[in-house]
Design a protein. Structure first.
Length: 168
């Protein structure tokens, strides 16, 4: 697969950008950890966003690692700007939460209407949730395969120390 570079911004989707550091490279895939911004810890959801929580700092950072395919030439320790499509968060949220909940409620309501017994409704709701989770998994793979929720390398961040080091 070859990458093409286009100067026409109309064919590029709008991206939400963030900085990350390359922490490992395995089999041509760079593994990155997002860097916390200056405002991390100051927003209303700071206690629940994943930047704080139970466990060691290393285990929390490792849980936030993500792969970046096609990142040839990156080196461990390098800082980069990555971007995801602006609609990726909505698509991922709908896929992860809405589909399982809608199927659970729909199957539960259908079971209640047909059988009219609570035990049947509970079992049917759990079956609907399971089906919804399966559908979500399939849709998530499809979205990832089409690159709709996949992070992209936007640019490298120049290391300010490189400009001031003496070459001996």
């Amino acid at each position: 697969m070859t990458a093409s570079i286009s100067c026409d911004a109309s064919d590029m989707p709008a991206l939400m950008e963030g900085t990350a550091r390359v922490v490992a490279i395995r089999e041509g895939i760079a593994w990155l950890e997002p860097e916390q911004g200056g405002s991390c810890g100051g927003c209303a959801s700071a206690a629940t966003c994943g930047s704080k929580g139970i466990g060691t700092l290393a285990s929390r950072l490792e849980a936030r690692r993500f792969p970046l395919a096609g990142a040839a030439g990156l080196a461990v320790g390098e800082r980069v700007v990555v971007g995801v499509r602006e609609d990726a968060l909505v698509k991922a949220s709908l896929t992860a939460y809405a589909i399982p909940l809608v199927t659970m409620f729909a199957v539960g309501a259908l079971a209640q209407a047909i059988a009219g017994r609570d035990a049947v409704t509970v079992v049917a709701s759990l079956a609907g949730l399971t089906i919804g989770l399966g559908l979500s998994r399939v849709l998530a793979r499809l979205l990832a395969a089409r690159g709709e929720v996949t992070p992209r390398l936007v640019r490298r961040i120049a290391n300010p120390l490189d400009c001031h080091q003496e070459h001996r």
